[in-house]
Design a protein around this ligand. Structure first.
Ligand SMILES: Nc1ncnc2c1ncn2[C@@H]1O[C@H](COP(=O)(O)OP(=O)(O)OP(=O)(O)O)[C@@H](O)[C@H]1O
Ligand SMILES: [Mg+2]
Length: 350
């Protein structure tokens, strides 16, 4: 009982902490602008500067902190003008000015808050639809599997081909939805890192095993080079494995039969490792290298002459996952010579 009450308090504190901290920062911003307003004296249009803390507070903290900052701005503006010795010919003028300014501030606050809500709702809807689709596709895929595995079922070879084609399309759609969900979770910081001691060589072998069938089918030789003494690191096994599989799959996809794909691990220092996935494929055209990790980079890649299949979300996932781990990812490439995608990850902090 005591524990759950404590947990509830902690949760409530965490929930309120961010808006409260943003509100305090917003109020400090208003005070700074008020002070400048005071020393500059009567300046028509200076009130526009108050919109900066109002907008930032509303965007980051929500509607109520935004409303509080709007009122605080009006009071500060009024005090700054009065203390600076501004006099009005009529008693009603400052009241009228304050009302107009407050209305403008509140409209801006409400509009920004509404845009933020719409933004969040559309993301939630995408996630909801993707989740639902994933469940149904998984169901279809499992039933197609049963159909293909059932020896007694008299499927003609033509029917088998059709079911096979359905299965491939279903699996591709599942992979696409899986990528959308992973990216959405990373963007909304819903993925919880599971940090533990991992054996990097074991992780590498695991990722290489996953892609080995694909590599064999495409007649690609997989090579690994482990240039680090230390082998035990403290990081998220699953996330690094996903990044590696994505990069290896790309390298295999773009390589022509007979050419090698290598993974090289170097230690930057005892807190950082560098993993490079190197291929001798077609390289990346210079005009798309800057947008290489952008969402649907595949579209641009295709426009530049590369014809490949996939969701075009793998690299976006890799970039977000590497950033979530506090690392850096970049690409080095020379057209028609090959590509090296390099990842530096912090791995030492227990
Ligand atoms: N090593 C590489 N060399 C050359 N082009 C590459 C390389 N890696 C990726 N690309 C290009 O970038 C595009 C986007 O890659 P990304 O991994 O994001 O998507 P995908 O591989 O097409 O789909 P998915 O990874 O979701 O199955 C690829 O389609 C390909 O055209
Ligand atoms: Mg990919």
């Amino acid at each position: 009982m005591t524990e759950s009450l404590l947990q509830a308090y902690t949760r409530y504190f965490k929930k309120c902490f961010r808006p409260a901290a943003i509100l305090i920062l917003g109020l400090l911003g208003v005070l700074v602008i008020g002070y400048i307003d005071y020393i500059t004296g009567y300046q028509i249009g200076f009130f526009l500067f108050y919109i900066i803390p109002i907008a930032i507070t509303t965007w980051l903290g929500g509607l109520y902190p935004g409303i509080i900052i709007s009122f605080a701005s009006i009071i500060t503006w009024f005090l700054a003008d009065s203390l600076a010795g501004v006099t009005y010919p009529n008693y009603f003028i400052p009241g009228w000015n304050a009302a107009i300014r407050l209305t403008v501030f509140l409209i801006i606050t409400y509009a920004l808050w509404y845009i933020r809500i719409l933004n969040r709702r559309s993301k939630e809807l995408t996630e909801f639809v993707a989740n639902d689709l994933y469940i149904h596709l998984d169901n279809i895929s499992q039933n197609l599997n049963k159909l293909l595995e059932n020896e007694n079922q008299a499927l003609s070879s033509q029917q088998k081909d059709i079911v096979d084609a359905y299965k491939i399309s279903t699996d591709m759609m599942s992979a696409l939805i899986d990528s959308i969900l992973d990216i959405s979770r990373l963007e909304n910081r819903k993925i919880k890192l599971i940090l533990r001691e991992i054996n990097l060589e074991e992780l590498l072998n695991n990722a290489l095993r996953v892609v080995s069938v694909f590599a064999k089918n495409r007649q690609i030789k997989l090579e690994k080079c482990f240039n680090t003494q230390q082998n035990i690191f403290y990081t998220d096994f699953h996330l690094i494995r996903c990044i590696l599989i994505n990069l290896l799959n790309n390298a295999i996809k773009v390589s022509s039969a007979g050419s090698p794909v290598s993974v090289v691990v170097d230690s930057e220092d005892d807190r950082k490792i560098k993993i490079s996935v190197i291929d001798r494929g077609p390289g990346i055209p210079k005009n798309i290298i800057d947008s290489f990790f952008d969402r649907f980079a595949q579209i641009k890649a295709r426009e530049s002459g590369l014809i490949l299949f996939g969701s075009g979300l793998g690299l976006t996932f890799c970039k977000l996952a590497v950033e979530e781990l506090g690392g850096r990812i970049w690409v080095e490439s020379e057209e028609s010579k090959g590509t090296a995608v390099r990842v530096v990850l912090p791995v030492g902090n227990k």
